[in-house]
Design a protein around this ligand. Structure first.
Ligand SMILES: [Zn+2]
Length: 128
């Protein structure tokens, strides 16, 4: 599937985010090729609908820099991400507290939890 806005720039894949590449100061980042990390990006962006297509997200979907903390960037221009950066800042549709109660995951997952969680996913994939 080709992105629709090839000439105008890309829209951010995060649900509720209105940022467009050609209108925004934010840099846009392709989803990771690594499906374990792509899964984390999709969940953090509240795009559970993307979980079935993790292998192809890196070709078609981007998140804007607004979803990453300052420490996730390699430079002050905020146009280069750390290799292991995960999005932690996601616009909320119904308020952060209700979102956290309604879902099994948190947008603000501590680094240590995220790492152990990623390992769990990897070992699950290994079994299949
Ligand atoms: Zn965005």
């Amino acid at each position: 599937m080709m992105p629709k806005l090839t000439k105008a720039g890309f829209v951010c894949a995060a649900r509720g985010c209105k940022n467009k590449q050609y209108l925004s100061r934010e840099s846009f980042f392709l989803f990771p090729k690594d499906i374990v990390r792509a899964r984390i990006w999709a969940i953090a962006g509240r795009r559970e609908d993307l979980l079935e297509n993790l292998e192809s997200l890196h070709r078609s979907h981007r998140l804007c820099g607004a979803h990453f903390e300052a420490k996730a960037f390699l430079n002050d221009l905020r146009n280069r991400l750390q290799p292991e950066a995960v999005p932690t800042i996601v616009p909320s549709l119904e308020g952060p507290s209700s979102a956290l109660q309604d879902h099994n995951y948190s947008f603000f997952i501590p680094d240590t939890f995220m790492l152990s969680h990623a390992v769990d996913i990897e070992s699950e994939i290994g079994k299949v």
